[in-house]
Design a protein around this ligand. Structure first.
Ligand code: FES
Length: 580
Protein backbone atom coordinates (compact mmCIF):
# COMPACT_ATOMS: atom_id res chain seq x y z
CA UNK A 1 0.00 0.00 0.00
CA UNK A 2 1.29 3.46 -0.81
CA UNK A 3 1.97 5.63 2.21
CA UNK A 4 -0.44 8.42 2.89
CA UNK A 5 1.13 11.24 0.91
CA UNK A 6 3.51 13.22 3.05
CA UNK A 7 3.85 16.92 2.43
CA UNK A 8 5.51 17.48 -0.91
CA UNK A 9 8.55 19.66 -1.03
CA UNK A 10 8.21 23.17 -2.34
CA UNK A 11 10.66 24.42 -5.00
CA UNK A 12 12.42 26.69 -2.50
CA UNK A 13 13.11 23.60 -0.33
CA UNK A 14 15.08 21.84 -3.05
CA UNK A 15 18.74 21.42 -2.26
CA UNK A 16 19.58 22.96 -5.65
CA UNK A 17 17.70 26.12 -4.68
CA UNK A 18 20.84 27.16 -2.79
CA UNK A 19 22.72 27.15 -6.09
CA UNK A 20 20.13 28.46 -8.54
CA UNK A 21 17.14 29.88 -6.67
CA UNK A 22 18.55 32.62 -4.48
CA UNK A 23 19.73 36.02 -5.63
CA UNK A 24 23.30 36.60 -4.57
CA UNK A 25 26.75 36.83 -6.07
CA UNK A 26 27.33 33.06 -6.26
CA UNK A 27 23.97 32.15 -7.73
CA UNK A 28 24.56 34.80 -10.41
CA UNK A 29 27.61 32.75 -11.42
CA UNK A 30 25.78 29.42 -11.18
CA UNK A 31 22.93 30.57 -13.41
CA UNK A 32 25.09 32.41 -15.89
CA UNK A 33 27.16 29.29 -16.49
CA UNK A 34 24.06 27.25 -17.31
CA UNK A 35 22.99 30.00 -19.70
CA UNK A 36 26.47 29.72 -21.21
CA UNK A 37 25.57 26.16 -22.20
CA UNK A 38 22.49 27.35 -24.06
CA UNK A 39 20.00 26.60 -21.31
CA UNK A 40 17.25 28.97 -20.26
CA UNK A 41 16.12 29.70 -16.75
CA UNK A 42 12.93 27.75 -17.49
CA UNK A 43 15.09 24.65 -17.96
CA UNK A 44 16.33 24.56 -14.39
CA UNK A 45 14.84 27.12 -12.01
CA UNK A 46 12.54 25.42 -9.48
CA UNK A 47 13.08 21.99 -11.03
CA UNK A 48 14.69 19.04 -9.20
CA UNK A 49 18.25 18.57 -10.43
CA UNK A 50 18.77 14.87 -11.12
CA UNK A 51 22.37 13.70 -11.25
CA UNK A 52 22.68 10.71 -13.58
CA UNK A 53 25.82 8.96 -12.39
CA UNK A 54 27.02 7.09 -15.43
CA UNK A 55 29.69 4.37 -15.34
CA UNK A 56 29.91 4.21 -19.14
CA UNK A 57 33.36 3.59 -20.60
CA UNK A 58 34.83 2.24 -23.81
CA UNK A 59 36.55 -0.29 -21.58
CA UNK A 60 33.29 -1.42 -19.99
CA UNK A 61 31.53 -3.74 -22.45
CA UNK A 62 28.88 -4.48 -19.83
CA UNK A 63 27.95 -0.77 -19.77
CA UNK A 64 28.47 0.23 -23.38
CA UNK A 65 24.72 0.91 -23.79
CA UNK A 66 24.76 3.42 -20.94
CA UNK A 67 25.60 6.25 -23.32
CA UNK A 68 22.11 5.92 -24.79
CA UNK A 69 20.47 4.76 -21.54
CA UNK A 70 21.54 8.03 -19.93
CA UNK A 71 19.63 9.85 -22.69
CA UNK A 72 16.60 7.67 -22.01
CA UNK A 73 16.75 8.47 -18.29
CA UNK A 74 16.98 12.16 -19.19
CA UNK A 75 13.84 11.83 -21.31
CA UNK A 76 11.95 10.58 -18.27
CA UNK A 77 13.35 13.29 -16.02
CA UNK A 78 12.30 15.97 -18.48
CA UNK A 79 8.84 14.45 -18.88
CA UNK A 80 8.38 14.68 -15.12
CA UNK A 81 9.61 18.26 -14.88
CA UNK A 82 13.14 17.70 -13.63
CA UNK A 83 16.49 18.96 -14.82
CA UNK A 84 18.82 16.04 -15.73
CA UNK A 85 22.60 16.36 -15.56
CA UNK A 86 24.89 13.51 -16.50
CA UNK A 87 27.87 12.93 -14.21
CA UNK A 88 30.48 10.48 -15.55
CA UNK A 89 32.02 8.23 -12.91
CA UNK A 90 34.70 5.59 -12.62
CA UNK A 91 33.50 2.53 -14.60
CA UNK A 92 35.15 -0.12 -12.36
CA UNK A 93 35.09 -2.51 -15.24
CA UNK A 94 35.50 -6.13 -14.28
CA UNK A 95 37.33 -7.31 -17.34
CA UNK A 96 40.22 -4.94 -17.57
CA UNK A 97 41.08 -3.49 -14.16
CA UNK A 98 44.14 -4.91 -12.47
CA UNK A 99 45.04 -6.15 -9.98
CA UNK A 100 41.36 -6.37 -9.09
CA UNK A 101 38.22 -4.35 -9.69
CA UNK A 102 37.43 -4.84 -6.01
CA UNK A 103 40.35 -2.56 -5.21
CA UNK A 104 38.29 0.23 -6.79
CA UNK A 105 34.78 -0.49 -5.45
CA UNK A 106 35.31 1.84 -2.52
CA UNK A 107 36.83 4.51 -4.76
CA UNK A 108 33.66 4.58 -6.88
CA UNK A 109 31.57 4.63 -3.70
CA UNK A 110 33.49 7.65 -2.47
CA UNK A 111 33.28 9.30 -5.89
CA UNK A 112 29.51 8.76 -6.02
CA UNK A 113 29.05 10.31 -2.61
CA UNK A 114 31.22 13.30 -3.40
CA UNK A 115 29.78 13.87 -6.89
CA UNK A 116 26.37 14.13 -5.28
CA UNK A 117 27.40 16.20 -2.31
CA UNK A 118 29.63 18.72 -4.01
CA UNK A 119 27.17 19.56 -6.78
CA UNK A 120 23.60 20.87 -6.88
CA UNK A 121 21.89 17.46 -7.02
CA UNK A 122 18.45 16.89 -5.53
CA UNK A 123 18.24 13.24 -6.54
CA UNK A 124 20.33 10.61 -8.30
CA UNK A 125 19.89 7.92 -10.92
CA UNK A 126 22.70 5.37 -10.74
CA UNK A 127 23.71 3.52 -13.90
CA UNK A 128 25.59 0.36 -13.02
CA UNK A 129 25.57 -3.40 -13.26
CA UNK A 130 29.02 -4.86 -13.81
CA UNK A 131 30.04 -6.62 -10.62
CA UNK A 132 31.38 -3.92 -8.31
CA UNK A 133 29.32 -1.05 -9.63
CA UNK A 134 25.94 -1.85 -8.00
CA UNK A 135 27.38 -2.04 -4.48
CA UNK A 136 29.74 0.88 -5.05
CA UNK A 137 27.05 3.20 -6.40
CA UNK A 138 24.54 2.21 -3.75
CA UNK A 139 27.07 2.52 -0.92
CA UNK A 140 27.97 6.02 -2.06
CA UNK A 141 24.37 7.06 -2.60
CA UNK A 142 23.33 5.78 0.83
CA UNK A 143 26.07 7.90 2.36
CA UNK A 144 25.12 10.92 0.25
CA UNK A 145 21.61 10.59 1.65
CA UNK A 146 19.73 11.96 -1.39
CA UNK A 147 16.76 10.18 -2.99
CA UNK A 148 18.13 7.76 -5.58
CA UNK A 149 17.06 5.07 -8.02
CA UNK A 150 19.20 2.42 -9.67
CA UNK A 151 19.09 1.52 -13.38
CA UNK A 152 20.59 -1.97 -13.69
CA UNK A 153 22.61 -2.60 -16.85
CA UNK A 154 20.82 -5.91 -17.38
CA UNK A 155 22.29 -9.19 -18.60
CA UNK A 156 23.67 -9.69 -22.11
CA UNK A 157 22.12 -12.25 -24.46
CA UNK A 158 23.05 -15.90 -24.00
CA UNK A 159 26.27 -17.08 -25.64
CA UNK A 160 26.26 -19.33 -28.70
CA UNK A 161 29.07 -21.39 -30.20
CA UNK A 162 28.89 -24.30 -32.63
CA UNK A 163 25.40 -25.29 -31.53
CA UNK A 164 26.21 -24.91 -27.83
CA UNK A 165 24.80 -22.33 -25.46
CA UNK A 166 27.58 -20.61 -23.54
CA UNK A 167 27.38 -18.92 -20.15
CA UNK A 168 29.68 -16.05 -19.16
CA UNK A 169 32.58 -17.14 -17.04
CA UNK A 170 31.25 -20.59 -16.16
CA UNK A 171 31.83 -21.98 -19.64
CA UNK A 172 35.16 -20.20 -19.90
CA UNK A 173 36.40 -22.07 -16.81
CA UNK A 174 34.83 -25.30 -18.03
CA UNK A 175 36.25 -25.26 -21.54
CA UNK A 176 39.64 -24.00 -20.37
CA UNK A 177 39.90 -27.08 -18.15
CA UNK A 178 38.97 -29.20 -21.20
CA UNK A 179 41.65 -27.40 -23.24
CA UNK A 180 44.26 -28.12 -20.58
CA UNK A 181 43.09 -31.73 -20.42
CA UNK A 182 43.48 -31.96 -24.22
CA UNK A 183 39.78 -32.53 -24.92
CA UNK A 184 39.31 -29.50 -27.20
CA UNK A 185 41.78 -27.93 -29.62
CA UNK A 186 43.40 -24.49 -29.33
CA UNK A 187 41.55 -23.53 -32.55
CA UNK A 188 38.18 -24.46 -31.03
CA UNK A 189 39.06 -22.53 -27.89
CA UNK A 190 40.00 -19.45 -29.93
CA UNK A 191 36.79 -19.70 -31.96
CA UNK A 192 34.78 -19.51 -28.75
CA UNK A 193 35.94 -15.91 -28.17
CA UNK A 194 33.42 -14.63 -30.70
CA UNK A 195 30.45 -16.53 -29.26
CA UNK A 196 30.65 -16.10 -25.52
CA UNK A 197 29.60 -12.42 -25.35
CA UNK A 198 27.12 -11.51 -28.10
CA UNK A 199 25.59 -8.23 -26.93
CA UNK A 200 26.05 -5.38 -24.52
CA UNK A 201 25.09 -6.05 -20.93
CA UNK A 202 26.49 -7.91 -17.96
CA UNK A 203 27.45 -11.56 -17.57
CA UNK A 204 24.32 -13.66 -18.04
CA UNK A 205 25.04 -16.45 -15.59
CA UNK A 206 24.04 -16.26 -11.91
CA UNK A 207 27.25 -14.37 -11.24
CA UNK A 208 28.02 -11.32 -9.20
CA UNK A 209 26.41 -8.82 -11.55
CA UNK A 210 23.07 -10.66 -11.74
CA UNK A 211 23.17 -11.28 -8.00
CA UNK A 212 23.89 -7.69 -7.08
CA UNK A 213 21.38 -6.18 -9.51
CA UNK A 214 18.75 -8.51 -8.01
CA UNK A 215 19.87 -7.62 -4.48
CA UNK A 216 19.50 -3.90 -5.23
CA UNK A 217 15.98 -4.56 -6.52
CA UNK A 218 15.19 -6.55 -3.34
CA UNK A 219 16.54 -3.63 -1.32
CA UNK A 220 13.89 -1.51 -2.99
CA UNK A 221 16.08 0.74 -5.14
CA UNK A 222 14.93 -0.24 -8.66
CA UNK A 223 11.56 -0.21 -10.34
CA UNK A 224 9.83 -3.60 -9.89
CA UNK A 225 11.22 -6.26 -12.21
CA UNK A 226 14.01 -4.05 -13.55
CA UNK A 227 17.02 -6.14 -12.62
CA UNK A 228 16.49 -9.12 -14.93
CA UNK A 229 15.51 -7.27 -18.13
CA UNK A 230 18.05 -8.26 -20.80
CA UNK A 231 20.12 -5.24 -21.77
CA UNK A 232 19.22 -5.66 -25.45
CA UNK A 233 15.46 -5.92 -24.85
CA UNK A 234 13.34 -2.91 -25.78
CA UNK A 235 11.88 -3.06 -22.28
CA UNK A 236 15.26 -1.93 -20.99
CA UNK A 237 15.22 1.64 -22.34
CA UNK A 238 11.55 1.88 -21.34
CA UNK A 239 12.59 0.97 -17.78
CA UNK A 240 15.34 3.62 -17.90
CA UNK A 241 12.87 6.32 -18.94
CA UNK A 242 10.35 5.25 -16.30
CA UNK A 243 13.11 5.48 -13.69
CA UNK A 244 13.84 9.02 -14.86
CA UNK A 245 10.20 9.93 -14.36
CA UNK A 246 10.07 8.30 -10.94
CA UNK A 247 13.16 9.94 -9.46
CA UNK A 248 11.66 13.40 -9.95
CA UNK A 249 8.63 12.37 -7.91
CA UNK A 250 10.92 10.81 -5.30
CA UNK A 251 12.60 14.17 -4.81
CA UNK A 252 9.28 15.95 -4.26
CA UNK A 253 8.30 13.14 -1.86
CA UNK A 254 11.71 13.39 -0.13
CA UNK A 255 12.06 9.61 -0.40
CA UNK A 256 15.60 9.41 0.94
CA UNK A 257 17.45 6.11 1.52
CA UNK A 258 17.16 6.67 5.26
CA UNK A 259 13.37 6.56 4.86
CA UNK A 260 13.50 3.33 2.83
CA UNK A 261 16.21 1.15 4.30
CA UNK A 262 15.39 -1.06 7.25
CA UNK A 263 16.77 -4.26 8.67
CA UNK A 264 13.96 -5.95 6.76
CA UNK A 265 15.12 -4.56 3.43
CA UNK A 266 18.70 -5.69 4.09
CA UNK A 267 17.46 -9.17 5.02
CA UNK A 268 15.34 -9.19 1.85
CA UNK A 269 18.45 -8.59 -0.24
CA UNK A 270 20.26 -11.42 1.53
CA UNK A 271 17.31 -13.79 1.07
CA UNK A 272 17.06 -12.93 -2.62
CA UNK A 273 20.80 -13.50 -3.18
CA UNK A 274 20.61 -16.82 -1.34
CA UNK A 275 17.50 -18.17 -3.10
CA UNK A 276 19.09 -17.13 -6.39
CA UNK A 277 22.18 -19.20 -5.59
CA UNK A 278 24.07 -16.03 -6.20
CA UNK A 279 27.66 -15.05 -5.98
CA UNK A 280 29.64 -15.25 -2.75
CA UNK A 281 30.70 -11.70 -3.57
CA UNK A 282 27.27 -10.62 -2.37
CA UNK A 283 28.44 -11.22 1.19
CA UNK A 284 31.06 -8.47 1.54
CA UNK A 285 29.02 -6.16 -0.72
CA UNK A 286 25.82 -6.47 1.32
CA UNK A 287 27.69 -6.18 4.61
CA UNK A 288 29.32 -2.97 3.35
CA UNK A 289 25.98 -1.57 2.15
CA UNK A 290 24.31 -2.40 5.48
CA UNK A 291 27.10 -0.74 7.44
CA UNK A 292 26.72 2.42 5.37
CA UNK A 293 23.12 2.50 6.57
CA UNK A 294 24.02 1.72 10.18
CA UNK A 295 22.27 -1.67 9.98
CA UNK A 296 23.44 -5.02 11.28
CA UNK A 297 24.66 -7.72 8.94
CA UNK A 298 27.25 -10.30 9.90
CA UNK A 299 28.14 -13.80 8.78
CA UNK A 300 25.88 -15.39 11.39
CA UNK A 301 22.87 -13.51 10.06
CA UNK A 302 23.83 -14.53 6.51
CA UNK A 303 24.10 -18.16 7.55
CA UNK A 304 20.77 -18.12 9.39
CA UNK A 305 19.03 -16.79 6.26
CA UNK A 306 21.02 -19.14 4.01
CA UNK A 307 19.81 -22.16 6.01
CA UNK A 308 16.19 -21.04 5.86
CA UNK A 309 15.89 -20.11 2.19
CA UNK A 310 15.82 -22.75 -0.57
CA UNK A 311 17.74 -22.29 -3.82
CA UNK A 312 15.08 -21.98 -6.51
CA UNK A 313 16.81 -20.35 -9.52
CA UNK A 314 18.09 -23.09 -11.81
CA UNK A 315 20.81 -21.09 -13.53
CA UNK A 316 24.39 -21.77 -14.45
CA UNK A 317 26.76 -22.28 -12.69
CA UNK A 318 24.44 -23.92 -10.10
CA UNK A 319 22.34 -25.67 -12.74
CA UNK A 320 23.47 -26.98 -16.11
CA UNK A 321 21.14 -25.32 -18.57
CA UNK A 322 19.53 -21.95 -18.05
CA UNK A 323 20.82 -18.38 -18.22
CA UNK A 324 19.48 -14.93 -17.32
CA UNK A 325 17.48 -14.59 -20.54
CA UNK A 326 15.59 -17.75 -19.58
CA UNK A 327 15.13 -16.36 -16.06
CA UNK A 328 13.57 -13.17 -17.40
CA UNK A 329 11.25 -14.96 -19.81
CA UNK A 330 10.21 -17.25 -16.93
CA UNK A 331 8.84 -14.22 -15.13
CA UNK A 332 12.04 -12.47 -14.12
CA UNK A 333 13.08 -10.88 -10.88
CA UNK A 334 9.59 -9.77 -9.92
CA UNK A 335 8.17 -13.29 -10.22
CA UNK A 336 11.22 -14.70 -8.46
CA UNK A 337 10.71 -12.33 -5.50
CA UNK A 338 7.03 -13.23 -5.56
CA UNK A 339 7.90 -16.88 -5.24
CA UNK A 340 10.15 -16.33 -2.20
CA UNK A 341 7.63 -13.95 -0.61
CA UNK A 342 7.29 -16.18 2.52
CA UNK A 343 10.92 -15.35 3.31
CA UNK A 344 10.67 -11.61 2.71
CA UNK A 345 9.64 -8.62 4.78
CA UNK A 346 6.83 -7.52 2.50
CA UNK A 347 6.31 -4.30 4.44
CA UNK A 348 9.75 -3.04 3.39
CA UNK A 349 9.36 0.16 1.39
CA UNK A 350 10.70 0.75 -2.10
CA UNK A 351 11.31 3.61 -4.50
CA UNK A 352 7.81 3.16 -5.90
CA UNK A 353 6.58 4.80 -2.70
CA UNK A 354 4.86 1.54 -1.90
CA UNK A 355 5.95 -1.73 -0.30
CA UNK A 356 7.82 -4.68 -1.71
CA UNK A 357 4.68 -6.74 -1.10
CA UNK A 358 2.65 -4.44 -3.33
CA UNK A 359 5.39 -4.30 -5.96
CA UNK A 360 5.45 -8.09 -6.41
CA UNK A 361 1.75 -8.80 -5.89
CA UNK A 362 0.31 -10.88 -8.73
CA UNK A 363 3.65 -11.65 -10.37
CA UNK A 364 3.54 -14.96 -12.24
CA UNK A 365 6.16 -17.58 -12.96
CA UNK A 366 5.87 -18.93 -16.51
CA UNK A 367 8.47 -21.69 -16.37
CA UNK A 368 8.88 -23.76 -13.19
CA UNK A 369 12.03 -25.34 -14.57
CA UNK A 370 13.88 -22.04 -14.30
CA UNK A 371 12.25 -20.46 -11.25
CA UNK A 372 11.43 -23.56 -9.28
CA UNK A 373 8.51 -23.89 -6.84
CA UNK A 374 9.41 -23.71 -3.15
CA UNK A 375 8.40 -27.36 -2.74
CA UNK A 376 10.69 -28.49 -5.58
CA UNK A 377 13.84 -26.40 -5.17
CA UNK A 378 17.19 -26.98 -6.80
CA UNK A 379 18.52 -27.35 -3.24
CA UNK A 380 16.53 -27.33 0.01
CA UNK A 381 18.95 -24.81 1.53
CA UNK A 382 20.44 -21.88 -0.30
CA UNK A 383 23.75 -22.39 -1.95
CA UNK A 384 26.08 -20.82 0.60
CA UNK A 385 27.48 -21.65 3.99
CA UNK A 386 29.53 -19.58 6.42
CA UNK A 387 32.32 -21.47 8.19
CA UNK A 388 34.38 -20.86 11.29
CA UNK A 389 37.16 -22.79 12.96
CA UNK A 390 40.82 -22.67 13.84
CA UNK A 391 41.75 -21.84 10.25
CA UNK A 392 39.14 -19.07 9.97
CA UNK A 393 38.41 -17.60 13.42
CA UNK A 394 36.54 -14.66 11.87
CA UNK A 395 34.83 -16.69 9.18
CA UNK A 396 35.02 -18.07 5.68
CA UNK A 397 32.51 -18.80 2.94
CA UNK A 398 31.76 -21.69 0.61
CA UNK A 399 29.31 -21.81 -2.28
CA UNK A 400 27.90 -25.27 -1.67
CA UNK A 401 25.61 -25.00 -4.68
CA UNK A 402 28.60 -25.02 -6.99
CA UNK A 403 30.69 -27.58 -5.05
CA UNK A 404 31.04 -31.34 -5.29
CA UNK A 405 28.77 -32.69 -2.51
CA UNK A 406 31.25 -35.52 -1.91
CA UNK A 407 33.88 -32.99 -0.83
CA UNK A 408 31.81 -31.02 1.66
CA UNK A 409 33.17 -33.20 4.47
CA UNK A 410 36.83 -33.78 3.74
CA UNK A 411 40.18 -33.96 5.50
CA UNK A 412 43.35 -33.80 3.47
CA UNK A 413 46.97 -32.65 3.47
CA UNK A 414 47.70 -29.06 2.46
CA UNK A 415 49.59 -28.15 -0.69
CA UNK A 416 50.52 -24.54 -0.01
CA UNK A 417 51.17 -21.69 -2.43
CA UNK A 418 52.62 -18.61 -0.75
CA UNK A 419 51.08 -16.22 -3.27
CA UNK A 420 49.55 -16.19 -6.76
CA UNK A 421 52.91 -15.99 -8.52
CA UNK A 422 54.00 -19.10 -6.64
CA UNK A 423 50.79 -20.86 -7.71
CA UNK A 424 51.32 -20.02 -11.38
CA UNK A 425 54.93 -21.14 -11.20
CA UNK A 426 54.47 -24.51 -9.52
CA UNK A 427 50.90 -25.69 -10.13
CA UNK A 428 51.66 -27.70 -13.26
CA UNK A 429 55.10 -28.89 -12.13
CA UNK A 430 55.01 -32.69 -12.63
CA UNK A 431 57.00 -33.00 -9.39
CA UNK A 432 54.30 -31.25 -7.31
CA UNK A 433 53.34 -33.61 -4.48
CA UNK A 434 49.57 -33.49 -4.93
CA UNK A 435 46.68 -35.94 -5.22
CA UNK A 436 42.93 -35.51 -5.61
CA UNK A 437 42.67 -35.79 -1.81
CA UNK A 438 45.04 -32.85 -1.22
CA UNK A 439 43.76 -29.44 -0.14
CA UNK A 440 45.14 -26.61 -2.27
CA UNK A 441 45.90 -23.51 -0.18
CA UNK A 442 46.59 -20.02 -1.53
CA UNK A 443 47.88 -17.19 0.67
CA UNK A 444 48.11 -13.43 0.02
CA UNK A 445 44.77 -13.19 -1.79
CA UNK A 446 42.89 -11.05 0.72
CA UNK A 447 41.87 -7.38 0.82
CA UNK A 448 45.27 -6.13 2.00
CA UNK A 449 47.51 -8.92 0.81
CA UNK A 450 46.84 -9.11 -2.92
CA UNK A 451 45.90 -6.20 -2.57
CA UNK A 452 42.27 -5.69 -3.48
CA UNK A 453 40.77 -9.11 -2.72
CA UNK A 454 40.94 -10.50 -6.29
CA UNK A 455 38.97 -13.43 -7.68
CA UNK A 456 41.73 -16.00 -7.34
CA UNK A 457 39.72 -18.34 -5.11
CA UNK A 458 38.81 -20.89 -7.77
CA UNK A 459 42.38 -22.18 -7.85
CA UNK A 460 43.00 -24.07 -11.10
CA UNK A 461 43.60 -27.78 -10.71
CA UNK A 462 47.07 -29.23 -11.38
CA UNK A 463 47.39 -30.36 -14.98
CA UNK A 464 48.44 -33.85 -14.03
CA UNK A 465 45.21 -34.31 -12.06
CA UNK A 466 43.09 -32.83 -14.85
CA UNK A 467 44.59 -35.37 -17.23
CA UNK A 468 43.51 -38.12 -14.84
CA UNK A 469 39.94 -36.84 -14.99
CA UNK A 470 39.89 -34.93 -11.66
CA UNK A 471 37.51 -31.95 -11.96
CA UNK A 472 37.17 -30.74 -8.37
CA UNK A 473 39.25 -30.56 -5.19
CA UNK A 474 39.03 -28.70 -1.90
CA UNK A 475 40.67 -25.32 -2.33
CA UNK A 476 41.13 -22.70 0.39
CA UNK A 477 42.16 -19.05 0.20
CA UNK A 478 41.58 -15.60 1.58
CA UNK A 479 40.62 -14.46 -1.94
CA UNK A 480 37.18 -14.14 -3.57
CA UNK A 481 35.96 -16.05 -6.59
CA UNK A 482 33.88 -14.98 -9.54
CA UNK A 483 30.18 -15.60 -9.19
CA UNK A 484 30.44 -17.58 -12.42
CA UNK A 485 33.01 -19.94 -10.91
CA UNK A 486 32.40 -23.30 -9.33
CA UNK A 487 34.13 -25.99 -7.34
CA UNK A 488 34.71 -26.81 -3.68
CA UNK A 489 36.39 -23.50 -2.94
CA UNK A 490 36.55 -22.07 0.57
CA UNK A 491 36.87 -18.31 0.23
CA UNK A 492 37.21 -15.07 2.22
CA UNK A 493 39.19 -16.72 5.05
CA UNK A 494 39.44 -14.13 7.82
CA UNK A 495 41.63 -12.80 9.18
CA UNK A 496 43.57 -12.89 5.92
CA UNK A 497 47.11 -14.22 5.69
CA UNK A 498 48.62 -10.77 5.08
CA UNK A 499 47.64 -9.63 8.57
CA UNK A 500 48.84 -12.85 10.22
CA UNK A 501 45.63 -14.89 10.25
CA UNK A 502 46.10 -18.65 10.79
CA UNK A 503 46.11 -19.12 7.00
CA UNK A 504 49.55 -17.47 7.00
CA UNK A 505 50.88 -20.28 9.18
CA UNK A 506 49.74 -23.28 7.10
CA UNK A 507 52.54 -25.48 5.75
CA UNK A 508 52.71 -28.27 3.20
CA UNK A 509 51.39 -31.52 4.62
CA UNK A 510 49.32 -29.98 7.46
CA UNK A 511 45.97 -31.68 7.69
CA UNK A 512 42.97 -29.45 7.04
CA UNK A 513 39.43 -30.48 7.94
CA UNK A 514 36.41 -29.09 6.07
CA UNK A 515 33.02 -29.95 7.59
CA UNK A 516 30.31 -27.92 5.89
CA UNK A 517 27.30 -29.51 7.67
CA UNK A 518 28.84 -28.38 10.97
CA UNK A 519 30.11 -25.13 9.47
CA UNK A 520 33.73 -25.88 10.45
CA UNK A 521 37.11 -25.22 8.86
CA UNK A 522 40.03 -26.41 11.00
CA UNK A 523 43.77 -26.64 10.74
CA UNK A 524 44.75 -29.83 12.57
CA UNK A 525 48.00 -28.54 14.02
CA UNK A 526 48.50 -28.40 17.79
CA UNK A 527 48.57 -25.13 19.69
CA UNK A 528 52.24 -25.29 20.67
CA UNK A 529 53.32 -25.68 17.06
CA UNK A 530 51.02 -22.85 15.98
CA UNK A 531 52.55 -20.61 18.64
CA UNK A 532 56.04 -21.41 17.35
CA UNK A 533 55.00 -20.57 13.81
CA UNK A 534 53.24 -17.39 14.90
CA UNK A 535 56.33 -16.15 16.73
CA UNK A 536 58.42 -16.69 13.59
CA UNK A 537 55.91 -15.14 11.16
CA UNK A 538 56.83 -11.89 9.39
CA UNK A 539 54.45 -9.83 7.24
CA UNK A 540 55.45 -9.31 3.62
CA UNK A 541 57.12 -5.91 3.10
CA UNK A 542 54.69 -3.24 1.85
CA UNK A 543 54.70 -2.89 -1.94
CA UNK A 544 52.57 0.24 -2.27
CA UNK A 545 53.74 3.51 -0.75
CA UNK A 546 51.43 6.02 -2.46
CA UNK A 547 48.11 6.73 -4.09
CA UNK A 548 44.71 5.10 -3.74
CA UNK A 549 46.23 1.65 -3.20
CA UNK A 550 48.11 2.88 -0.12
CA UNK A 551 44.99 4.59 1.24
CA UNK A 552 43.04 1.38 0.59
CA UNK A 553 45.55 -0.96 2.23
CA UNK A 554 45.85 1.26 5.29
CA UNK A 555 42.09 1.47 5.83
CA UNK A 556 40.31 -1.53 4.30
CA UNK A 557 38.38 -3.80 6.63
CA UNK A 558 38.46 -7.59 6.52
CA UNK A 559 36.17 -9.81 4.44
CA UNK A 560 33.73 -10.49 7.29
CA UNK A 561 33.41 -6.72 7.82
CA UNK A 562 32.59 -5.87 4.19
CA UNK A 563 35.97 -4.55 2.98
CA UNK A 564 34.87 -0.95 3.08
CA UNK A 565 37.42 1.66 4.07
CA UNK A 566 36.82 2.42 7.73
CA UNK A 567 36.40 6.17 7.35
CA UNK A 568 33.47 5.71 4.95
CA UNK A 569 31.41 3.43 7.20
CA UNK A 570 28.55 4.57 9.40
CA UNK A 571 25.86 7.17 9.20
CA UNK A 572 27.53 10.24 10.59
CA UNK A 573 26.44 13.09 8.35
CA UNK A 574 29.01 15.00 6.36
CA UNK A 575 28.11 18.70 6.48
CA UNK A 576 26.56 20.19 3.37
CA UNK A 577 29.07 22.28 1.43
CA UNK A 578 29.10 25.95 2.30
CA UNK A 579 28.23 28.10 -0.69
CA UNK A 580 30.02 31.39 -0.51
FE1 FES B 1 30.84 -7.15 -16.30
FE2 FES B 1 30.77 -9.89 -15.80
S1 FES B 1 32.37 -8.65 -16.69
S2 FES B 1 29.33 -8.36 -15.36
Amino acid sequence: MRDAPTRRKQPHELRSHRWFGVDDLRSFGHRSRLLQMGLSEEDFRGRPVIGIINTWSELSPCHIHFRTRAEEVKRGVLQAGGFPVELPAHPVTEQYMKPSSMLYRNLLAMETEELARSQPCDGLVLLGGCDKTPPALVMGAISAGLPFAFVPAGPMLRGAWRGNTLGSGSDVWKYHAELRAGNITPAQWKDMEGGIARSFGTCMTAGTAATMMLAVEALGFTLPGASSIPAADAAHPRMATATGRRIVEMVWEDLTPARLLTQGSIDNAVAAAMAFGGSTNAIPHLIAMARRAGLVLDLERFDAIARRVPLIADLRPNGDTFLMEDFHYAGGSRAFLGRIAPFLDLAARTITGSTLGDDIAGAEVFDDRVIRPLDNPLQPESGMAMLRGSLAPNGAVIKTAAADPALLVHTGPAVVFENYADLKKRLDDPALDVTAASVLVLKQGGPRGAPGFPEWGMLPLPKKLLEKGVRDMVRISDARMSGTSYGTCVLHVAPESAVGGPLALVRDGDLISLDVPNRRLDLLVDDAEMERRRAAWQPAPPRYARGWTKLYIDNVTQADEGCDVRFLEGTEATPEPDIY
